[in-house]
Design a protein. Structure first.
Length: 58
């Protein structure tokens, strides 16, 4: 399963393997990175989040 979040996190890709969600891509701040991880963790199908998002301040 893969999906792209809507703006402002438009460069965030989520892939789920069994119950682990892996976040990849770029966000503008630590706050966006944290919010994206929390949003994915709220899914009942996710028990672990591997947050690999990188901060790109542009």
């Amino acid at each position: 399963m893969s999906r792209t979040l809507s703006p402002p996190a438009s460069r965030v890709f989520v892939t789920r393997v069994q119950s682990t969600a892996v976040l990849r891509g770029f966000v503008k701040s630590r706050d966006e990175r944290k919010k994206a991880g929390l949003a994915v963790a709220a899914s009942p199908a996710v028990t672990h989040v591997d947050n690999r998002l990188k901060i790109r301040r542009r």
